[in-house]
Ligand binder design. Structure first.
Ligand code: ZN
Length: 1011
């Protein structure tokens, strides 16, 4: 049956349309054969011209041979059409896609894709950028010849549909029959999930050469795009890891890669909000260029094929239409695959659909459809037995088998078959998917005046313009338009100065902006969150954002910011200046400036002061004029966004030098991902460091000779495990060799076994005692606590606390410690479950399998738990249904009742709280979690917050001449917590003077009060 190319309504299609070409013998399995023959009999009329196409007999025989069970094969992929011109993967690489014990390197995959493109006018290969390790990322485009030749025109059509401000409905109606949806499938973002790049080679070949009706329909009605390997750096390492021992069986390598990309492993799929990894940037830029209708990420972790919908609570900012599209595609795949007789294909389960930080959310954030598969893993491509013990449920009526032999070809079959079903679905209903895309885009523009809010305002008088600019520039890189007011304007009871920034929500990506800037609430009674529950940018960047529902803001005079927002800077009052003063506001750029000009002598004021009529915070940088200072400061001020004020007199204030210390970042050989985000942060701000392992610390009794500060990022929860490290009978190497050329870029060793050992703990203790500073974060803080390097600090037992990755309120307790220079009364920090610290308890660590010991927790409900549903807004706010007016139906109700309802919600508030010094004499509490359990939550979820309320959040423990600085939250999480970076940076800049202000009392402390 020919599909009408521009069908605008749903057409019901029989599974038989998957029937490929002529009937062929298939693997012996009576029910399948019967099914197939019956179809063949009925459907000779579907064969048509396609029936004449030759089958590649050798390739087809190997598909069948390598598929471990006939029920893991479908008619869509149980054969491969032959081509006289286009090479098959087997002809080019020497093996079929999904051959056992073979994994292809990225460069092999790219060479193959380019060979197909060279041989076929239906395929095009483009470069979309490089990774951190310098490897290419590619985009393969497949469609019919005419579409490929005219690709720019199709791109332009989708761009017009993407912005209904420029494309009225009548014009969209003319464009839609002409335009084609783009289906963008991405492979191997997760490096140990190895099957998708192999599959995508075969899929590209099949789409390019197959003349069957199903494939022609896809080729003619949609544009298929794929990036066969997303995490290219990790793929190269994983292929090394699995293929090297096959070449030299004496090699002892780890079973899983310690590093994937340069920085992070699995978290490379959590960067879609912060955009700090090259792979995210490259995929996002490709997305913004093409406006794909679907972005589909291929994963491997479920038996045997899970296709995403998720079980909620769904993200509260997306258009309800997209939820329908998730379900429609998923149910189509489950139905068709189950009809083929493939067991264990299901949806609904698995993840929540809440957090927008996954790669495929690039699409969901932008009026397109983001989705993923999880297939049974290919692992090292060997055949092996997989076992499952899954109960049948309503959404999983066909459970996986108790045990079965699995191989990588099965994985290739299932991914490819389901994808072909999805491609067919979009091809067949192409107009409908495009119309939905246009409609979702139109409703994103209507959002400002329908469900709201109208805009977010970032006031021009924010005390941290550099942090504000950094946040706004991320929004701009997301494709969000940022405006700037040209005169003061008033909204509600507040007047915003000229130069304030406005993110209008009458733009195509308004939902992206609202998702990132609004507050989240995740009800603890909902199903377990799959990832973080709260991520609100404002508090995490330490920047004020004002949510405005009054539409009048849209009429304020403003202009579109053409370039990425930058904070202004330079020098002022330079004539005759003897000293330059740079107010210290915890802007990360000031640390970047300090390290960039590490030879410039800078002092820090130890208290706030007023000078020449201007107020300065504690920590203010003071630079003597003379020589090159003015010239350096003028250029640096412009580059880093600060103003250096010249003065003819030096302020009278106690001070100490701002350091540019020698830094080491320490990693374990067990896990490196979460510390990888620390490297991202240090690299962004140009802070130099040595990257060392626990073994370097174990083996060096004179650490102070090399380092001033050692930073130990988040690692594992168990201090003894950090000490013990990896174990095993034989050495495990992680290093560059001839057979593993891609391994060892970040760090190398002949033997990963062994941890910090007790000698390493002693070396660290001596390092601190001799004046060094040791910084630990979240779970790595169990190390100094367990081994008594932090006087009086213990771990609070929190058996009931539920605080799964959100934004929680802390208060600045110590107003004089250099570590909190530049901060205000409170700060929203990222905290996830634990550990929670306590002071003055028994000390040490007494838990088993988690965080325990110390002060007993309180289990009673403390008022932090409420019953509002998951959705947008804080605890005291209302959820808002998207894609329709917020007051829908209200006029009718009012008329009916002849009464006037109330309403309206207001934006984010902030409230300071006074704190007092707590803890033992040698340990300072710098920040503590809000003592009021009801105020703890800023964004995300919480239950039994009383177990966290008032707990120290940031501690400075003195040990003889040095310090251990303990973070009870993660100050550098996924490049999304830029507001707390400066707490780490301050520790670096003032490492030799962390006791500054320790002896201030009474009025002096009051005077040091934060602004
Ligand atoms: Zn994955």
């Amino acid at each position: 049956m020919m599909v009408r190319p521009f069908a605008g309504r749903l057409t019901v299609r029989r599974p038989t349309e998957f029937c490929p070409t002529a009937p062929r013998p298939i693997p012996a399995r009576p029910i399948v054969r019967g099914f197939f023959l019956a179809l063949a009999a009925i459907l000779t009329w579907t064969a048509g011209a396609a029936a004449q196409q030759q089958i590649d007999q050798t390739y087809t025989a190997e598909i069948r041979k390598f598929t471990t069970e006939p029920f893991f094969l479908t008619p869509l992929v149980d054969h491969l059409p032959a081509s006289n011109t286009v090479p098959t993967p087997r002809a080019f690489l020497g093996h079929i896609a999904g051959a056992p014990d073979v994994l292809s390197y990225p460069e092999e995959i790219y060479r193959y894709m380019r060979a197909v493109a060279a041989a076929s006018d239906r395929v095009k290969v483009l470069s979309i950028g490089e990774t951190e390790e310098g490897r290419e990322m590619i985009l393969v485009v497949v469609a019919d010849e005419k579409t490929i030749a005219d690709l720019d025109r199709y791109k332009a059509l989708l761009a017009r549909l993407a912005d209904p401000r420029k494309t009225p409905e009548a014009e969209a109606a003319r464009i839609i029959p002409d335009a084609k949806p783009i289906y963008y499938a991405t492979g191997a973002i997760h490096s140990p999930e190895t099957g998708s790049p192999e599959m995508l080679m075969e899929l590209v070949y099949r789409l390019a050469v197959d003349e069957s009706e199903h494939i022609r329909k896809i080729r003619e009605n949609i544009i298929f795009m794929t990036t066969p390997v997303i995490e290219v750096d990790g793929r190269a390492k994983v292929v090394d890891l699995h293929m090297a021992p096959r070449k030299d069986p004496t090699l002892k390598l780890p079973t899983r890669p310690l590093y994937w990309g340069k920085y992070v492993a699995h978290d490379n799929n959590r960067d879609a909000m912060s955009l700090s990894l090259k792979i995210t940037q490259n995929v996002l830029n490709t997305f913004l260029e093409y406006n794909p209708t679907v972005l589909h990420d291929l994963h491997e972790s479920a038996s045997y094929l899970y296709t995403s919908t998720g079980r909620g609570p769904y993200n509260a900012w997306i258009d309800p239409l997209v939820v329908n599209e998730w379900n429609r595609l998923a149910h189509k795949e489950v139905k068709e695959m189950t009809a083929f007789g493939v067991p264990g294909v299901y949806t609904h389960d698995f993840y929540d659909g809440w957090t927008p930080n996954y790669m495929f959310w690039i699409a969901n954030m932008r009026n397109s459809i983001g989705r993923f598969y999880e297939t049974q893993a290919s692992r090292d491509a060997s055949n092996h037995i997989v076992r499952a013990n899954v109960d049948r449920t309503w959404h999983r009526p066909s459970t996986p088998l108790r045990e079965v032999v699995w191989g990588i070809r099965n994985n290739v079959n299932l991914q490819q078959s389901a994808l072909l079903i999805a491609l067919g679905e979009v091809a067949e209903n192409r107009s409908e998917y495009l119309h939905n895309f246009y409609q979702k885009s139109a409703r994103s523009i209507a959002k400002a005046t329908a469900e709201g809010p109208a805009a977010y305002i970032m006031p021009a008088d924010d005390p941290r313009p550099g942090q504000q600019a950094r946040m706004l520039s991320v929004l701009q890189r997301q494709g969000i338009e940022v405006h700037r007011t040209t005169s003061p304007f008033t909204s509600g009871d507040r007047t915003f100065p000229a130069g304030s920034y406005v993110v209008r929500l009458d733009q195509p990506f308004s939902r992206t902006a609202d998702m990132l800037l609004d507050k989240q609430y995740y009800n603890p009674a909902d199903l377990r969150p799959y990832d973080d529950t709260g991520w609100t940018f404002g508090p995490l960047y330490n920047v004020e954002t004002v949510r405005v529902t009054d539409h009048a803001v849209l009429q304020a005079p403003m202009t579109l910011a053409a370039d990425l927002v930058r904070a202004p800077g330079g020098i002022a009052n330079a004539n005759g200046a003897r000293v330059f003063l740079i107010d210290y506001n915890a802007d990360n750029n000031l640390t970047a400036f300090r390290f960039r000009h590490r030879n410039l002598k800078i002092d820090a004021a130890e208290q706030p002061f007023t000078h020449d009529g201007r107020e300065y915070r504690a920590g203010t940088f003071m630079v003597q004029a003379g020589r090159d200072a003015a010239r350096i400061l003028e250029a640096a001020g412009r580059e880093y966004g600060f103003t250096a004020y010249g003065s003819t007199t030096a302020p009278s204030v106690s001070k100490h030098p701002v350091a540019a210390p020698r830094i080491a970042l320490m990693h374990t050989w067990q896990t490196t991902q979460n510390e990888g985000w620390i490297r991202v942060a240090f690299d962004e701000y140009g802070i130099p460091y040595d990257y060392i392992s626990v073994h370097d610390v174990r083996d060096n009794t004179r650490l102070n000779d090399k380092y001033d500060v050692i930073v130990f990022g988040p690692s594992v929860n168990d201090a003894l495990s950090i000490v013990r490290g990896l174990t095993g009978p034989d050495p495990i190497a992680w290093k560059t060799t001839k057979l593993t050329p891609n391994i060892g870029r970040q760090a190398q060793t002949d033997d990963m076994r062994g941890g910090l050992e007790l000698t390493g703990v002693l070396n660290l203790q001596n390092f601190v005692k001799r004046g060094g500073t040791f910084v630990t974060m979240t779970n790595s803080s169990v190390l100094p606590v367990h081994f008594g390097l932090a006087a009086g600090v213990s771990i609070r037992e929190t058996p009931n606390l539920w605080a799964p990755g959100g934004v929680y309120r802390t208060e600045r307790v110590d107003r004089t410690s250099p570590i909190t220079y530049g901060y205000g009364d409170e700060l929203g920090v990222y905290f996830n479950r634990g550990p929670v610290f306590a002071l003055g308890g028994a000390g040490g660590f007494g838990g088993q399998g988690g965080f325990g010991g110390g002060i007993a927790g309180r289990a009673a409900n403390d008022g932090s738990t409420t019953t509002r549903r998951s959705g947008r807004g804080g605890l005291d706010e209302a959820d808002v249904v998207q894609g329709r007016p917020v007051d829908m139906g209200q006029a009718g109700v009012a008329e009916f009742l002849k009464a006037q309802p109330g309403g309206g919600t207001q934006g984010m508030g902030a409230q300071g709280g006074a704190g007092q010094q707590a803890g033992g004499s040698d340990t300072r509490t710098l920040l503590r979690f809000s003592p009021d359990a009801k105020k703890l939550l800023m964004s995300g979820g919480i239950e039994h917050g009383g177990e966290l309320a008032g707990a120290p959040a940031l501690l400075d423990a003195r040990l003889e001449r040095g310090h251990v600085v303990i973070f009870g939250f993660n100050p550098m999480w996924r490049s999304g917590t830029l507001g707390s970076y400066a707490l780490v940076f301050n520790t670096l800049l003032h490492h030799g003077n962390l006791d500054a202000g320790r002896n201030l009392t009474g009025d002096a402390v009051k005077a040091a009060g934060a602004r």
